[in-house]
Ligand binder design. Structure first.
Ligand code: ACM
Length: 270
């Protein structure tokens, strides 16, 4: 299958412009799966409750999901993209939507909130989730989703891999520099493909500024970068791989990545 990601600098709160820009930048890209950054159409560093409220939207009725659904239907690609969700419980979540060409959607709500996100969003309450997806030639594979800061918690990628993820889509707005060198390890230790779609640019709130580090990366199950971006460039990365190759987790004749785990001796509780 072919996967692509978009790295760019969204304009703060300008959803319409960001949707149009993303679509223009990805025009003609040939991919089964396209990953966009966290909060890609709204911007990230919210300045007020009113600002978040102005762009939070229900899934699938909101403009970003509607746009992604049409885009998926016309291109044949499955999209994974971050957006501020207005849940039907009235809470706001930092979410990622999976929009498939057949019009169906699925949602992940970010579990590990970073810094000021805690002021604007409720922590994800749906757990780590793996979704069915299909390439344009009909190969079914399993798609795990996590968002940005989730990378810092190896339990996130592990939870997805143990549920059978072949590919982990990772919409991001990274500001800490360590993620690009950690994702190859997340891929290797779980034997999955990882796709980290980060943004670039700087956003300000009051007298604070956050600069996003770019350096988006697609990693193989062997922990090698298949494609990687620079710090500031606006770019589309693509990579071709067999999603089902992830399923061979035999390490030696007597070792298996998952069957050799020893949950009976791990201390992972709170
Ligand atoms: C982050 O989780 N957006 C750093």
């Amino acid at each position: 299958m072919k996967a692509a990601l978009l790295q760019f600098a969204p304009a703060y709160l300008d959803v319409r412009a960001n949707l149009d820009r993303a679509e223009a930048l990805l025009e003609g890209v040939d991919a089964d799966l396209i990953v966009l950054p966290e909060l890609f159409a709204s911007g990230y560093f919210f300045r007020s409750e009113a600002d978040v409220a102005s762009v939070a939207e229900p899934i699938p009725e909101g403009p970003t999901t509607q746009h992604l659904q049409q885009w998926a239907a016309s291109s044949g690609a499955t999209f994974v993209a971050g957006l501020p969700e207005l849940g039907n419980d009235g809470q706001r979540y930092n979410s990622a939507v999976v929009a498939r060409p057949d019009g169906t959607t699925a949602t992940y709500r970010k579990v590990h909130l970073f810094y000021r996100e805690k002021d604007w969003f409720a922590p994800g309450d749906l757990g780590f989730r793996v979704f069915e997806a299909t390439t344009r030639d009909g190969t079914a594979y399993r798609l795990g989703v996590m968002i940005c800061f989730d990378w810092y918690f190896p339990e996130a990628a592990r939870s997805l891999a143990l549920q059978g993820a072949d590919v982990i889509a990772h919409p991001s707005n990274l500001v800490r520099k360590d993620c690009p060198r950690s994702m190859p390890i997340r891929a290797l230790e779980n034997h999955v493909v990882t796709i980290t779609a980060n943004r670039t640019g700087t956003e300000t709130a009051g007298d604070e500024a956050l600069t996003f580090i770019g350096r988006s990366v697609i990693c193989s199950p062997q922990g090698h970068p298949l494609a990687s971006a620079g710090r500031e460039e606006t770019t589309v990365l693509t990579a071709a791989f067999d999603p089902l190759a992830s399923r061979d987790r035999q390490l030696t004749a007597t070792n298996h990545l998952f069957r050799d785990r020893r949950p009976d001796v791990y201390t992972l509780g709170g």
